[in-house]
Ligand binder design. Structure first.
Ligand code: ZN
Length: 184
């Protein structure tokens, strides 16, 4: 079979997310080789965006501090294409959707949205706040190097995605371990 877009398939290969399938970068980026090239460089070399790195966590991948992050410090912005509320209704995978107001939602699924690697915790050390249509994540505690950065995903997300399988955040794991210890 003839491949009409050889370059495109190469970019797709470069952009492939080894952890959850294809990169969900929006089409304008993936179909433009020059942009794709730039994107590939920035994602593959992982030029640090801040004092953190993506690493293995207990639930898959997570974002870990590489330096001290003082309480109140801005860590990272949650970024991605903006979609309308109507578009949200049509999507099946809503795991990375972050509502900014009644009209707009940010689709944070692209791999270049490093903030999407931040896991949920019931006792988090960071917090996401929305202002002027942007989602910013800040430290609410002093975060030490090596600590996993977490924020509370909120009630809706928790009820939909976490509760059915059981929360695996450190705080809940500790609670469970304690209960198991007392019980036996
Ligand atoms: Zn939890």
């Amino acid at each position: 079979m003839k491949n009409a877009q050889p370059a495109f398939s190469i970019w797709r290969t470069l952009l492939r997310d080894p952890f959850d399938g294809w990169c969900a970068a929006p089409d304008p980026i993936c179909t433009t080789p020059s942009n794709a090239s730039e994107l590939h460089v920035t994602t593959s070399t992982r030029r640090p965006e801040g004092p953190f790195r993506i690493g293995r966590s207990e639930t898959g991948l997570g974002l870990f501090a590489t330096d001290v992050i003082e309480k109140g410090t801005f860590i990272i912005e949650y970024v991605g294409p903006r979609i309308t509320s109507e578009e949200v209704q049509r999507r099946r995978n809503t795991r990375y959707l972050f509502e900014i107001n009644s009209r707009w939602t940010i689709d944070g699924s692209p791999r270049w949205n490093t903030a999407r690697y931040i896991n949920h915790s019931c006792r988090p050390n960071a917090q996401a706040t929305v202002s002027r249509g942007r989602i910013r994540i800040r430290a609410i505690k002093r975060i030490k190097p090596g600590d996993e950065i977490t924020y509370n995903y909120g009630k809706n997300y928790f009820e939909t995605f976490i509760k059915p399988v059981g929360c695996k955040c450190r705080s809940c794991e500790r609670k469970r371990a304690k209960q198991a210890g007392l019980g036996g």
